[in-house]
Design a binder for this molecule. Structure first.
Ligand SMILES: Nc1ncnc2c1ncn2[C@@H]1O[C@H](COP(=O)(O)OP(=O)(O)O)[C@@H](O)[C@H]1O
Ligand SMILES: [Mg+2]
Length: 218
């Protein structure tokens, strides 16, 4: 992999810049982990790579997400998407995308509506992302793309879908979440069920936090 430029190194995969038959591409490579027994390690890496490629190839037909170009046992060659990840944007501006307050509100609304619509389409196709946070959204001018289907699954479970909402909710402001949710509702007929389940999960969370706090106070 030396001939490729490393773009990112995460816990599970390394991302390299590449070119595939003239197309700007990245390679998502799952390197061997020496803390795992070799045959188990291979099995896990190959399985996860295959699963990610499979879901990504479906997802990229219904929302803006990288197209899978080529698959090997431990690496996916995929289309390279232009743009900056939303987490970096939110952190650089401490949550402010536009300096002017009114423009800011509108910019946020547009952006987070697009994210809500995209998730609605994924869920409508029973694709659960599994790590739906700003770090896995790329923004280029006014368009957004969803990346990192490494924890994604095909699932009809309302609970799994609610967790996608929860992760995003925790990472953004209330106003941003409202814009996101309005679009999600509009785009997905089972949204009310998912939102209800999310409220249930949150109540469970609060209950656990309260009991934890009361046990630690003693
Ligand atoms: N298709 C892509 N196009 C452009 N950049 C990408 C692409 N896939 C990943 N990246 C970059 O690499 C980073 C890590 O990729 P990601 O798939 O999220 O891996 P991890 O599972 O390690 O989080 C992303 O935040 C993004 O900056
Ligand atoms: Mg990621």
């Amino acid at each position: 992999m030396q001939k490729y430029r490393k773009l990112n190194e995460g816990a599970e995969a390394v991302i390299y810049a590449s070119n595939f038959l003239g197309i700007d591409a990245i390679i998502k490579y799952r390197a061997a982990k020496d803390y795992r027994e070799e045959s188990l390690d291979k099995m896990l890496r190959y399985q996860r790579t295959k699963k990610e490629a499979k879901i990504l190839s479906v997802a990229s037909q219904v929302v803006s997400a990288p197209k899978v170009l080529f698959l090997e046992k431990d690496r996916i060659f995929m289309q390279r998407i232009k743009g900056t990840n939303l987490l970096a944007i939110l952190q650089a501006n401490t949550g402010v995308i536009e300096k002017n307050a009114n423009l800011q509100l509108q910019a946020d609304k547009n952006l987070f509506s697009k994210i809500g619509s995209a998730l609605a389409v994924l869920h409508g196709n029973n694709i659960v992302h599994g790590d739906f946070t700003p770090a896995n959204i790329l923004v280029d001018k006014n368009s957004i793309s969803i990346i990192d289907f490494g924890l994604a699954d095909i699932s009809q479970m309302i609970e799994d879908k609610a967790v996608d909402l929860l992760l995003m909710k925790r990472a953004i402001s209330n106003q941003q979440y409202t814009a996101f949710l309005v679009a999600y509702r509009k785009g997905y007929n089972k949204a009310p069920e998912v939102i209800k389940r999310l409220e249930k999960i949150e109540r469970r969370g609060r209950y656990q936090e309260r009991t934890l706090a009361s046990t630690t106070e003693k």
